[in-house]
Design a protein around this ligand. Structure first.
Ligand code: NDP
Length: 311
């Protein structure tokens, strides 16, 4: 058996094309959607993510602005910046790139963002909306995974879904969204007893752990749909050979860069046992930015319809 590849790049392009049409309509009506990205300090990985987001905005005709405070900014000052963006009617979406420096309480800052401009869906009010099944922005990565499954016509209703990882950003919202799709959901984490046995129950297995190739053959049920959220840098050449035997392209890139990007699932085991699998890269990753664009445009649409005079 060889798993069908779930092509995140293709689905992300589809979503972006749909968002592009919505942006066009908004601009015709006189409003250009606008995203403000706050990037504190000089975390190299965060800077790469932010560049990707700003580039996606430009490609879709969404205006973007970057606010780049120094790493030693005080919490009160960051609050003032967020308050300014909240009050600015031209700004539809606000994104605070995580992680924030250790001296800043990230939770406090996320609460400061106007829930109506919270395009990441991290504000507690929007978390509550998600839990209650009320409308509101959904966290981008899990929302993108639901789109990926839907658009590949993978049934979720009545299926056993196991989500490994319980972070506020991926694991928890993923579990809630699968529940909303009427899956029977289990959340596993570092204290789960006999993790592999729990994972083997899954018709849909979502790995969001942050450990290279962590879930192996013993965790994958034959015929399962395996969604690999992990993005880890693998630097061990022996592990590289074990996870990607015969992959000349990857081997060459590894020789050039000294590392390769790998998910949380052993790709050899997934390709052999799963019915469908998201590759890394090119699976879940591209969907995150596509959904951020979708959330930004949805916020802009809300703002425009609210500012229309009532007849
Ligand atoms: P976190 O570190 O916040 O959470 C990791 C989760 O994995 C925790 O709940 C932890 O459990 C669990 N875990 C850790 N070790 C084990 C173990 N041995 N057995 C079972 N569970 C374990 O990570 P994130 O959720 O933020 O991210 C997860 C992965 O997804 C990372 O690789 C990240 O880079 C990637 N990611 C990818 C995105 C994309 O766009 N593709 C977007 C966001 C993240 P516990 O709570 O008990 O500690």
């Amino acid at each position: 058996m060889s798993a069908t590849i779930l092509d995140g790049r293709r689905i992300a392009a589809e979503i972006r094309a749909e968002v592009g049409v919505q942006v066009h309509a908004l601009r015709q009506s006189g409003h250009q959607p606008r995203l403000a990205v706050v990037l504190v300090g000089d975390n190299a990985a965060s800077a790469v993510y932010v560049r990707g987001k700003v580039k996606a905005c430009a490609e879709l005709g969404i205006a973007s602005e970057q606010v780049l405070p120094r790493a030693d900014i005080r919490t009160a000052e960051l609050h003032r910046i967020i308050a300014g963006l909240n009050a600015n009617p031209a700004v539809d979406g606000i994104l605070v790139q995580l992680p924030l420096p250790a001296h800043i309480d990230a939770r406090e800052i996320l609460v400061a963002v106007d829930p109506d401009k919270d395009v990441d869906g991290f504000h507690p009010l929007n978390v509550g909306n998600l839990v209650a099944g009320r409308p509101g922005p959904r966290p981008c990565t899990p929302a993108g995974i639901i789109e990926l499954l839907r658009r590949h016509r993978i049934a979720m209703e009545g299926q056993e879904a196991v989500v490994v990882g319980r972070s506020d950003i991926v694991g928890k919202p993923m579990a809630l969204l699968l529940l909303q799709e009427n899956a029977t959901v289990t959340i596993a984490h570092s204290r789960t007893r006999d993790l592999a046995a729990v994972c083997r129950r899954a018709d849909i297995l979502v790995a969001a752990v942050g450990r290279p190739g962590f879930l192996g053959r013993d965790a994958i049920r034959t015929g399962a749909v395996v969604v690999d959220v992990g993005m880890n840098r693998l630097t061990d050449p022996t592990a590289m050979e074990r996870f990607y035997p015969g992959d000349e392209q990857r081997r060459a890139a590894f020789a050039r860069n000294g590392s390769t990007l790998i998910g949380d699932v052993d790709p050899v085991a997934a390709m052999e046992l799963a019915a469908a699998f998201t590759p890394v890269p090119g699976g879940v990753g591209p969907l995150t930015i596509a959904m951020l664009m979708a959330n930004t445009v949805a916020a802009a649409q809300r703002h425009v319809s609210r500012s229309k005079p009532t007849p």
